[in-house]
Design a protein around this ligand. Structure first.
Ligand SMILES: CC(C)(COP(=O)(O)OP(=O)(O)OC[C@H]1O[C@@H](n2cnc3c(N)ncnc32)[C@H](O)[C@@H]1OP(=O)(O)O)[C@@H](O)C(=O)NCCC(=O)NCCS
Length: 183
């Protein structure tokens, strides 16, 4: 089991490991984001309480999976996921990061703090390559990744269909371990 031992308090926010009993709060936060932000892949009807519950339970059983939540006044306002590609021996050094902040707490520096925690955790847990993907127009995440030393790797064209619009995604990476392949 992968655990995040600390319970961090930053600017009135508590950051801690997600637990199965948080499923309802996590679900509500995901619905809030999916209902108001078209930069996430899931639509609200693709998110279920049962799905979130089994996701948390499954991740808690596995090594090298991080599922953190951010709380403010007892409400969940953000989530961070870091996962290693551990189903394949040759990809075990690769970690990926995803995150969401509810609309009422966006733009307050929370996403940046959370992302940095995810990068540090991935490094501590043996990542050599860390990657993340987002829509080409998702400026806040791109700024965060670039500030954390991530580099643009390429685009995935017309990956996401938002209404009638096909959108490109951008792939970012950071090499943090020992390798000669840095570019
Ligand atoms: C994307 C997201 C995680 C960013 O988290 P956040 O807490 O809102 O972002 P921060 O406040 O940490 O801001 C990060 C940077 O983006 C900038 N920023 C924030 N909102 C912005 C906006 N609307 N336009 C341009 N820049 C913006 C900030 O100024 C900051 O840049 P700086 O370091 O130069 O000051 C969050 O907004 C979110 O969850 N959005 C919806 C879901 C989503 O898109 N998730 C990511 C999928 S890959």
């Amino acid at each position: 089991m992968s655990t995040f031992p600390e319970k961090l308090e930053i600017d009135g926010y508590i950051i801690r490991q997600a637990l199965p009993e948080d499923a309802e709060g996590l679900y509500k936060a995901r619905i809030d984001v999916a209902s108001h932000c078209d930069t996430v892949l899931s639509t609200p009807d693709e998110i279920s309480l049962e799905g979130v519950r089994s996701w948390v339970e499954d991740w808690l059983k596995r090594d090298r999976r991080l599922f953190l939540l951010v709380e403010r006044d007892g409400e969940i306002v953000g989530q961070l996921w870091v996962w290693f590609y551990d189903s394949k021996e040759k990809l075990k050094h690769v970690a990926e990061i995803g995150l969401e902040i509810v609309p009422s707490h966006q733009g307050k520096g929370l996403g940046k703090k959370l992302f940095k925690i995810g990068v540090e955790w991935a490094e501590k847990n043996g990542a050599v390559r860390i990657q993340a993907e987002t829509l080409e127009r998702n400026t806040p995440v791109i700024k965060i990744m670039e500030e954390c030393g991530f580099r643009l790797e390429g685009k995935r064209y017309a990956l996401v269909k938002n209404g009638n619009r096909y959108e490109n995604a951008v792939c970012y990476y950071k090499i943090v371990g020992s390798t000669t392949e840095r570019e």
